[in-house]
Design a protein around this ligand. Structure first.
Ligand code: ADP
Length: 385
């Protein structure tokens, strides 16, 4: 070992942010495609579990990517989203949010689920006694009862992706940004992207690296990448989720509210609305706005229907504080993967071909995603060691 090698015990890592930085490596033990929260977390756990295996994390955009589902995801951990048998995974994820991801800001904020009736509930006026601004949103005659999750947490998934990736880099991960990956078995093609002076995104150069294991964590694009890469059909789906805003004052004490499947998440001095997902969107679906009393809106028809159905119990939704937009471009939205093609399924990890892994977060990733990312990292290391 040379003096230079022994001088530093910290693993060396490299970050390539733009095409001006030459990319020369031709192989890694592991390549992770996609630095959303699932890919970034998986990369971090891989570094923790197997520091001797070299790793490249590839992301089509920046970190965090402004386009992915991660940046818009609600970031609400709640026991109400835990299906039977997943309790340990949810608790593990909660623990990681609180102390496993360095510098992640997590707030303890109860989640109050409003109900029209039900056993084992508390009066909604009591559940919201300390949050008059939340109580003012609803008609207590329509929602007289509530369930409260006192252990709920809120955080920003975009910050989670960023912090997990940075922690992975400190542990020796390599990061290649602005690069579209085409994963295959045993290798990954890397198209390094650049922007022309007419603002077009073009491929600057294409490289190929060998990889003993490839983890596809590309969100809603993941199943398609796997299908193209190995010619396999998967059963997964995707849905376009819109996150309209309700501009009413909130505070650090305002709880997360839920009613009829709609989540109202206090954020940036207002409420972000997270509508329920009813089904996968068909192949080729293009997000398009609907109409409300003849006026064009940026909200999809099914989101409008859900909101209209809730207006009796949540009269604030029918006020001009709800941002409807004029076209779908006005409403923040993202494609979310639906593991198994169902709206209510949990994050999944699988190995569609030897050495090729698919990691999907989806709508329940806030509560269960980190446990799935860790389980996959463990499985990948087991196949390589
Ligand atoms: P998740 O919640 O599962 O992490 P996201 O959609 O937030 O899902 O993250 C997926 C990330 O993968 C996005 O940041 C997206 O830019 C990136 N991505 C998608 N396709 C590719 C690709 N072919 N190559 C590299 N990165 C990709």
């Amino acid at each position: 070992m040379s003096a230079a090698d022994s001088a530093s015990t910290a693993p060396r890592s490299q970050v390539w942010a733009h095409v001006g930085q030459p990319f020369t490596p031709d192989s890694f033990d592991i390549v992770v495609v996609g630095a959303g929260r699932m890919g970034a977390a998986c990369a971090l756990y891989l570094r923790q579990l197997a520091p001797h295996l070299s790793l490249l994390l590839v992301e089509e955009g920046g970190l965090p990517n402004e386009e992915g589902a991660t940046i818009l995801a609600p970031g609400v951990w709640t026991a109400f989203d835990v299906p039977e048998g997943q309790e340990a995974a949810a608790e593990w994820t909660r623990e990681q949010l609180l102390s496993g991801i360095e510098k992640l800001e997590v707030e303890s904020r109860p989640l109050v689920e409003l109900l029209r009736d039900g056993a084992d509930t508390v009066p909604s006026s009591e559940a919201l006694a300390h949050a008059p601004e939340a109580l003012a949103l609803l008609d207590p005659q329509v929602y007289p009862c509530a369930h409260v999750d006192d252990r709920a947490l809120t955080y920003r998934p975009g910050q989670l992706a960023l912090q997990a990736a940075q922690q992975a880099i400190r542990l020796g991960a390599n990061l290649l940004l602005n690069t579209r990956a085409e994963p295959g078995v045993g290798q990954v093609k890397l198209h390094r992207l650049t922007v022309t002076n007419t603002h077009q995104i073009v491929v600057h150069e294409t490289r190929q690296v060998r990889a003993r294991a490839v983890v596809v964590a590309a969100g809603a694009a993941g199943p398609v990448l796997v299908e193209h890469g190995v010619g396999l059909h998967t059963r997964h789906g995707r849905a376009y989720v819109q996150y309209p805003r309700l501009n009413l004052p909130t505070s650090a004490q305002t709880p997360v509210l839920r009613a009829g499947g709609l989540t109202l998440r206090p954020q940036n001095d207002g409420l972000t609305l997270i509508p329920p997902i009813h089904h996968r969107d068909p192949q080729g679906y293009q997000p398009a706005g609907g109409q409300l009393t003849g006026v064009l809106t940026g909200l999809r028809r099914e989101v409008l229907e859900d909101l209209v159905a809730l207006m009796d119990g949540l009269p604030a939704l029918s006020s001009d504080r709800l941002e409807l937009g004029r076209s779908s471009a006005d409403i923040a939205g993202a494609w979310v993967s639906l593991p198994g093609g169902q709206p209510d399924t949990i994050p999944t990890a699988e190995q569609p071909a030897p050495g090729l892994f698919l990691l999907l977060g989806g709508p329940r990733a806030d509560t269960l995603g980190l446990a799935t990312a860790h389980a996959l990292a463990t499985e990948v290391v087991a196949t390589l060691d």
